[in-house]
Design a protein around this ligand. Structure first.
Ligand code: ADP
Length: 453
């Protein structure tokens, strides 16, 4: 379900004094909502056409540092503007922000009128268009995990120390512990529902303070839009209640990581193109090729599934995160699972992505790999059985962002699917992250070496 408000509906709500503010949000490389707050009257009269932003928004890191070396935006080119074009199909009320509506926007080159090729939303749209040209509608869902803390973001400004998880124990599936967190999670579920985002459920997850939220699957673009809005909403609602949340893939090496498993299926003419009851595991040849493509290219696309240095710390043995890019039916030690066997809901669950993904880039990369598998009619390798953590000689998930960036740079598949300029841009982003982590002295190094080195 996309947005729940038309421009006419917005105008009527403004007339009734129900809405006075419209957030116009583009999505940056980190998957964050970046934009401006419009007076709703101005948006309804004029602003809905277009606004502008500095093109450095797709050339900064998490800290908003203008990163040198990007072709798209740099000091030589003077950091010009992108046009920001609201996608009115995403216009919605956001009940957690009184009097406000939200619309997602596309970034457009105002000389050519084309969507900016490196913008995450454009990258995903292009892969969806490719799937549609092949006769398929990609349907996806992300299962987003995060941690909740009693500390406010403001109280952590001096340094992230003394974190108090909202729960004192592993709260996986616990209904009693999560009852104590309903002040936040009920507001999240109902706020998102009111924003047109169909929440299936929330649940306690496998460590103290960890939660998961499930949204009903939808077409790939709507799923990525929903994912970006869910993250924003959870942070904003937690903040308004004096709490903090984190979507880092691994905020503490002693705790479980936070993932964003991606469920994927292709549909054709309203029917599941992955279902074939007579075949092995009930998988149609289309599904087998799709999964084979994702396996074959898993290492090249890893930088989009695990985009930070920290992301790779989640891939540890025995903590439910995968370490091997193999497939299995109903086995949580594999990077890919076939789920919903024998039903119309048969699908591929990719367990590699962490909660820190940019959902547009992750979904686009998975889709590109799967479609490449269908185009090449790649045969599916045998299922990996048993404990894949300790299996030898099988395809590994890259161990570091450094390795993943090199694999991405060498990916002919992604260069063909996304365009070489897009791949080069994100290789540069990944290498910048690595260089920053190489450069900075961490608390861990100080604690280890200060006295004893
Ligand atoms: P789990 O066993 O992991 O709890 P769920 O039944 O909760 O699985 O489903 C996980 C996610 O998969 C949900 O967000 C759901 O909407 C989504 N999903 C269900 N069917 C499909 C499908 N055919 N394609 C993609 N996603 C789907």
């Amino acid at each position: 379900m996309p947005g729940n408000l038309t421009l006419e509906g917005l105008r009527a709500a403004v007339d009734r004094d129900e809405i006075d503010t419209v957030l116009v949000a583009a999505v940056d490389m980190q998957g964050r909502l970046m934009g401006k707050r419009f007076h709703a009257r101005h948006f309804a009269d004029h602003g809905w056409h277009e606004t502008h932003c500095c093109n450095y928004l797709l050339a900064v890191d998490m800290e908003m540092t203008p990163v040198p070396g990007y072709a798209s935006a740099n000091w030589q080119r003077g950091y010009g503007d992108y046009a920001v074009r609201p996608d009115l199909a995403t216009l919605r009320r956001i009940p957690w922000a009184p009097g406000a509506a939200l619309v997602l926007a596309d970034l457009v080159d105002h000389h050519s009128g084309e969507e900016v090729a490196i913008s995450p939303r454009a990258i995903l749209k292009r892969q969806v268009a490719r799937a549609r040209a092949m006769g398929f509608e990609p349907m996806m869902a992300t299962e987003l995990e995060f941690y909740i803390f009693d500390n406010s973001y403001e109280s952590l400004r001096g340094g992230i120390a003394g974190l108090v998880p909202v729960s004192g124990y592993n709260e996986d599936y616990h209904l009693f512990q999560t009852a104590k967190e309903e002040g936040l999670m009920r507001a999240v579920r109902n706020g998102l529902w009111g924003a047109g985002i169909p929440v299936e459920n929330t649940k306690g997850e496998a460590d103290a303070g960890q939660h998961e939220i499930n949204i009903r699957y939808s077409d790939a673009l709507d799923t990525a839009d929903g994912h970006a809005i869910v993250k924003h909403a959870v942070k904003e609602i937690a903040w308004s209640q004096g709490r903090s949340v984190t979507f880092m893939a691994k905020y503490d090496h002693r705790r479980a990581g936070s993932s964003a498993h991606v469920h994927q299926s292709l549909w054709a003419g309203g029917q599941p193109a992955f279902l074939a009851p007579g075949e092995g595991h009930g998988m149609s040849p289309t599904m087998q090729h799709f999964l084979a493509g994702q396996l074959a290219h898993a290492r090249e696309i890893a930088a989009f599934l695990a985009p930070y240095v920290n992301s790779y710390k989640r891939f540890t043995v025995g903590m439910f995160a995968p370490t091997k890019a193999v497939w299995s039916s109903d086995n949580r030690t594999a990077g890919f699972r076939v789920v919903g066997e024998g039903t119309r809901g048969i699908r591929v669950e990719c367990r590699i992505p962490g909660a820190d993904i940019n959902p547009y880039l992750c979904l686009a990369a998975l889709l590109a790999a799967g479609l490449a598998g269908i185009e090449a009619r790649l045969p599916l390798e045998p299922e990996a059985k048993g404990d894949n953590y300790h299996a030898d000689g099988v395809r590994e998930i890259p161990r570091s962002l450094r390795e993943a960036a090199d694999l991405l740079a060498g990916s002919a598949m992604l260069r063909s699917a996304f365009g070489s300029d897009v791949v080069d841009h994100y290789v540069h982003a990944a290498r910048w992250e690595v260089a920053e982590m190489d450069r900075v002295v961490t608390d861990f190094e100080l604690a280890r070496g200060f006295e004893r080195a």
